[in-house]
Design a protein around this ligand. Structure first.
Ligand SMILES: N=CN[C@@H](CCC(=O)O)C(=O)O
Ligand SMILES: [Zn+2]
Length: 408
């Protein structure tokens, strides 16, 4: 018989729970005041700081003052004990938007952009997503998996414990399914949880018009993916579209998102990035769980998202990389929209570390540090429909902990 508990992290100077009342998402002012257990040297701390105990299944069994936890449980029943004296514990970070499965290097495009080309200039010249599609189609599953695992290892080293991961560089049935299979294989081996997203409408493939691509997605791709899900071969959590001028318009995007939703996927898409198409209003009307980018969102779009409870996934690496006007995150928070963060790791934006994203969110998007942490934990988990088990340190949730070599 094994011991009852897997892990005790004890004597922490501070445990940042993020929230402590079972909240699934934080909006407005509640993003500013997070639940924090302050140990020695802080307000209300008892001697010995705070501890968190994780059971055999990886679930948080208890959290509280170290002396009280020590009195309640027998040390013999615990596999691993970590002394966190002087240190801070935060929840595992959640990366709500990544394109981590791909082959091919686009560093030459960085040079083009530095010389003045815009993201869409490069895309129209046949580069950008098209360039990555060419190399991803040519790569086999083993190659893509090893590239993905290397990236995920680096994400994990930076504290990510739940990550959204998209297809979208296949753009035809065979290669989209190949990408989703690679994500499925990664699920079995990475020490992180993955939320997988079918993004067959990431760009219009060179061999089709946008109308033909939409039809192919509706008639062939979604039904086939649904059959693989039903057969237990794939798990697909979200449906995504790049709704943008020159890619998929609002009508086409709506049809694809609705079909995905009818097939059981959560709506989570790219909207209002480079042009204001009012896709935020469309997404809110469909009950989208989340919309990413939103650099060009209108005040009406913000109100519609707040009313619908749609999460805004802000991607500060993209605004920085592409020198875009940053999304109006302050207006969104003040307008009652829950804001989450994602790395948007992709061949155009090489960032695997949520702490860097949080730093950019503060500097570029004018978020406060507590807001950036809420956006990278509970709100990012909510954007993936996973905040019941991820995103805060509370009894009954996954014991995904990041131990910081810092007191606060
Ligand atoms: N905007 C669309 N998709 C990605 C970029 C993908 C790429 O350039 O390969 C994004 O979210 O930034
Ligand atoms: Zn993206």
């Amino acid at each position: 018989m094994g011991r009852k508990f897997k892990l005790l992290v004890e004597h922490a100077r501070q445990i940042v729970q993020v929230c402590a009342g079972g909240e699934r998402v934080l909006c407005g002012d509640s993003m500013k005041s997070l639940a924090v257990l302050e140990g020695e040297g802080g307000e209300g701390g008892g001697s010995g700081g705070y501890s968190v105990l994780v059971d055999r299944d990886g679930i948080i069994a208890d959290i509280g003052k170290s002396d009280e936890i020590a009195a309640k449980y027998n040390r013999e029943d615990i596999d691993n004990i970590i002394d966190a004296t002087g240190k801070c514990v935060i929840p595992g970070l959640v990366d709500a938007h990544t394109h981590a499965v791909w082959a091919g290097d686009r560093v030459h495009e960085f040079a083009m952009k530095l010389a003045g080309a815009s993201y869409m200039d490069v895309h129209r010249m046949g580069g950008g997503i098209h360039f990555t599609v060419k190399y991803t189609r040519a790569a086999n599953e083993d190659t893509l998996l090893s590239l993905l695992l290397n990236r995920m290892r680096q994400m994990s080293q930076s504290g990510t414990t739940l990550v959204e991961c998209k297809s979208g560089y296949g753009l035809d049935l065979e290669n989209e399914v190949k990408m989703l299979r690679v994500i499925e294989e990664a699920r079995k081996v990475v020490p992180m949880e993955i939320s997988s997203t079918y993004c067959g409408a990431h760009a219009v493939p060179k061999e089709k018009t946008s109308a033909q691509a939409t039809q192919d997605i509706l008639d062939r791709q979604i039904p086939h993916i649904v059959s693989l899900v039903k057969a237990g071969q794939l798990q697909v959590d979200n449906i995504d579209v790049f709704c943008e001028k020159g890619v998929f318009d609002v009508v086409q995007s709506r049809a694809i998102l609705q079909a995905g939703r009818d097939a059981g996927m959560q709506i989570n898409f790219h909207g209002e990035e480079l042009n204001r198409l009012h896709s935020a209003e469309m997404g809110a009307e469909l009950g989208a769980l989340a919309i990413s980018h939103l650099e060009e969102v209108s005040p009406e779009g913000i109100s519609a998202m707040a009313r619908a409870g749609t999460v805004a996934v802000a991607l500060p690496t993209t605004a920085y990389m592409l020198r875009l006007r940053p999304p109006p995150v302050r207006d969104m928070i003040e307008g009652g929209v829950a804001v989450a963060l994602g790395s948007d790791f992709n061949p155009n934006a090489h960032c695997l570390a949520m702490p860097v994203v949080m730093n950019l969110a503060c500097v570029v998007l004018h978020m406060s540090m507590p807001e950036a942490l809420a956006a990278s934990t509970i709100n990012a988990a909510h954007a993936l429909g996973q905040s019941a088990m991820h995103g805060s340190l509370e009894r009954g949730k996954w014991g995904n902990l990041v131990l910081l070599g810092a007191p606060t």
